[in-house]
Design a protein around this ligand. Structure first.
Ligand code: ZN
Ligand code: ZN
Length: 366
């Protein structure tokens, strides 16, 4: 992964904002910019000089392997030590991640900077807001490759369980969820992307139902929302199946959600407003009289987090750009009855988006 290139992109943002340095404390942002995967690390990124990576003594060896290209500062009070360094370097305007620092943390930073300045000019703290998250929204080639592999693991896990007859009446939601998770681990996932959703019968009408002891029954819908994490990158896919045979209403709702999902995918284009993408999919469901049964946004970005920028919803702002990894996941939920959601992970591109979750979207009757 091109961590130096990412740091240079943040450096350009910092320079444009008139910052002399940026203190990056969000751990995933630190990972994105340095490759460090431990539980404590921070980065002092400098506008026109060498960067400093900080961690504590537990991670000295790991930092040497994962972040060999940066000066290493080892201190139990990692963030304070980096702030002290910034002050000693004569930093005038110091960027920080206001969404990551607590109120107590901010007070501590102000105190440390004042002490380190020793009566001289105290560095001015300036929020960079979500500058790193904004960079993270556009994936580079290595990130797309990790997402591809994560999606492939999920595709294969579902295909294997379906072929083995693991999704059948008499089993419980918990049985199926545990087997999906175990199969993804066998196929190379570091972990499931999130708590796997297995929802059958009336439970399928609950968008984020937690799997329980409910038994799969003939004629019921079975909604599976799951993903694999590979190299820190998350896949996200939902498929809804039917056990035994599909009734007319199940087929109708499925066809409606599939049409909505196709419209949403077709609207994924460079420069498209996220609210317009949501509308493209939502209008199909509203026109069929089910608007009130589609109770969430259309999709979200995926990457080092399962939910990250950009959000794709009616209230969302901003436009899509090439290289964004997003989900498209409309649903129709009929309370007490059942629900259908279909979700893919895709990469926005000039021309057609690249579909990463390749499991068929034909209604599968098992
Ligand atoms: Zn999902
Ligand atoms: Zn999702």
């Amino acid at each position: 992964m091109d961590h130096a290139g990412r740091r240079d992109r943040l450096r350009a943002v910092a320079g444009g904002a008139g910052l002399d340095a940026v203190l990056v404390t969000n751990l995933l942002n630190v990972r994105y910019l340095t490759g460090f995967t431990g539980s404590n690390g921070a980065l002092l990124l400098r506008a026109d000089s060498d960067d400093v990576f900080g961690t504590d003594g537990r991670y000295t060896t790991q930092a040497g392997v994962q972040v060999p290209d940066l000066e290493l500062l080892v201190d139990r009070s990692t963030v304070s030590a980096l702030a002290t360094r910034a002050a000693h370097l004569g930093t005038g305007r110091l960027g920080y991640e206001s969404h990551d620092v607590t109120v107590d943390g901010l007070h501590a930073l102000e105190r440390v900077l004042g002490e380190a300045a020793g009566g001289g000019a105290v560095p001015e703290l300036v929020s960079i807001r979500r500058a790193v998250e904004t960079l993270r929204a556009i994936k580079d080639g290595d990130e797309v490759e990790a997402l591809r592999r994560a999606c492939t693991v999920a595709d294969r896990a579902l295909a294997e369980l379906a072929a083995e007859g693991a999704l059948r009446p008499g089993r419980t939601e918990l049985d199926v969820g545990r087997e999906l998770d175990a199969r993804m681990l066998q196929l190379g996932a570091e972990a499931p992307s999130f708590e796997t959703i297995v929802a059958t019968g009336a439970n399928s009408a609950v968008p984020h139902h937690r799997p329980d002891a409910t038994v799969l029954r003939d004629g019921d819908l079975l909604k599976l929302d799951f993903g694999a994490t590979v190299d820190g990158y998350h896949s996200d896919m939902t498929r809804t199946l039917v056990l035994g045979h599909a009734t007319d209403w199940q087929q109708e709702v499925y066809a409606l959600v599939a049409a909505s999902q196709a419209a949403g995918r077709a609207a994924l284009a460079v420069g498209a407003e996220v609210a317009a993408v949501d509308a493209a999919a939502r209008d199909v469901i509203v026109a069929a009289g089910h608007g009130e049964h589609f109770t969430h946004g259309l999709g979200h970005g995926v990457g080092l987090e399962i939910h990250e920028a950009p959000g794709i919803s009616a209230l969302g702002a901003g436009t899509l750009a090439a290289g964004m990894a997003v989900t498209v996941e409309p649903g129709v939920y009929l309370p007490g009855h059942g629900g259908v959601r279909i979700e893919d992970t895709l990469i926005v591109a000039d021309g057609e988006p690249e579909l990463l979750t390749l499991t068929s979207k034909e209604l599968l009757v098992l």
